[in-house]
Ligand binder design. Structure first.
Ligand SMILES: NC(=O)c1ccc[n+]([C@@H]2O[C@H](COP(=O)([O-])OP(=O)(O)OC[C@H]3O[C@@H](n4cnc5c(N)ncnc54)[C@H](O)[C@@H]3O)[C@@H](O)[C@H]2O)c1
Length: 293
């Protein structure tokens, strides 16, 4: 499908990523349906987006009209029936392969035959999902970064099953929503940014677990000595420690190598429900407006 034919977008999953991806698409002028199995998550997504947009109006980054138009483009829905006329789907649900495969099977049945089905997974290559559909040539990765409203880059990953037309349409789509695409010519788990970041996180956790410094000190070194905009522990809190956990579990399931398991401190945080900003506590503690306490 060519970019000119893309009119309506579906974003599945209205959590941290999906809610903001949907708003980015709506601000880009597309008609968007944001879908979730949880009504509560949809309500939270709407409230959170209203807060983000109000702050942008106050700072003069967006006009009231732009925000009003974007919200008129955006529908919040828990029903899959809304997906029968979409042209481009971005899946942003939980990072569990089997759940994503189930969803893509349903999407393949419900959405029009021409629709592109993309996954925003942080790590899973689309060939692990495409085979449940009858349109593998229309399946690819379109990977946004957190927070999607702010981060400019989007990785588009072409799997061996993805057609050149699908890859090019996805790249063009990313440009049309005012983001910068990088196309990976062949797929690799974790893509570019997260592979590089993963090495940094592993080392940071190693230093913490072995008592060389605490998380604040390690973050300080990364921000003040390496000039990173955010330290690895503050970043894990932002992305969700459960996301780090699932990424490592996924890698472990693929490799069977114990060394790929999430670090003990990550496992402990997930067991305790300390998932970062979204739960008010991770490595740091946050107040109600998600600012470090
Ligand atoms: N959090 C990050 O920093 C980040 C960055 C880039 C990519 N990602 C990827 O984006 C995806 C979503 O991550 P997130 O952090 O937004 O997760 P999240 O937990 O904040 O949100 C997931 C949402 O999906 C919903 N959901 C679960 N199963 C569903 C289904 N079958 N149908 C519809 N909705 C369903 C949940 O109710 C929830 O609202 C993951 O694949 C993750 O790897 C995350």
């Amino acid at each position: 499908m060519r970019i000119e034919q893309v009119k309506k977008i579906a974003v599945i999953g209205s959590g941290t990523m999906g809610s903001q991806i949907a708003m980015v698409c709506a601000l880009g002028g597309y008609s968007v349906v944001l879908n979730d199995i949880s009504d509560e998550s949809l309500v939270k997504a709407k409230q959170s987006l209203q807060g983000h947009m109000n702050r942008r109006i106050k700072k003069g980054r967006l006009t009231e009209k732009q925000v009003h138009d974007a919200f008129s483009n955006l529908t919040f829905s828990a029903s899959l029936d809304e997906l029968t006329d979409v042209d481009f789907v971005i899946e942003a649900i939980v990072e569990k392969l089997e759940v994503k495969r189930d969803l893509f099977k349903k999407l393949d049945e419900i959405t029009p035959k021409h629709a592109i089905l993309a996954t925003n997974s942080s790590t899973i290559v689309s060939s692990k999902i495409a085979d449940v559909t009858k349109r593998p040539e229309k399946v690819c990765n379109v990977h946004f970064f957190n927070p999607a409203l702010v981060m400019e880059l989007v990785e588009v990953v072409r799997g061996p099953h993805t057609s050149e037309e699908t890859a090019q349409t996805a790249v063009e789509f990313v440009k049309r929503i005012q983001k910068t695409p990088v196309l990976l010519k062949k797929e690799i788990s974790g893509f570019i940014a997260n592979r590089i970041l993963g090495k940094l996180m592993d080392e940071a956790v190693y230093l913490l677990e072995n008592g060389y410094a605490d998380h604040e000190e390690i973050d300080l070194v990364c921000t003040k000595a390496l000039n990173h905009p955010i330290g690895p522990f503050a970043l894990m809190d932002l992305t969700g420690i459960d996301v780090t956990y699932f990424v490592r579990m996924q890698r472990y399931q693929e490799s069977g190598n114990e060394a790929d398991m999430p670090a003990s401190i990550i496992q402990e945080k997930v067991r305790n429900g300390e998932l970062g900003r979204k739960t008010g506590k991770g490595f740091y503690t946050y107040d109600e407006s998600k600012v470090k306490a």
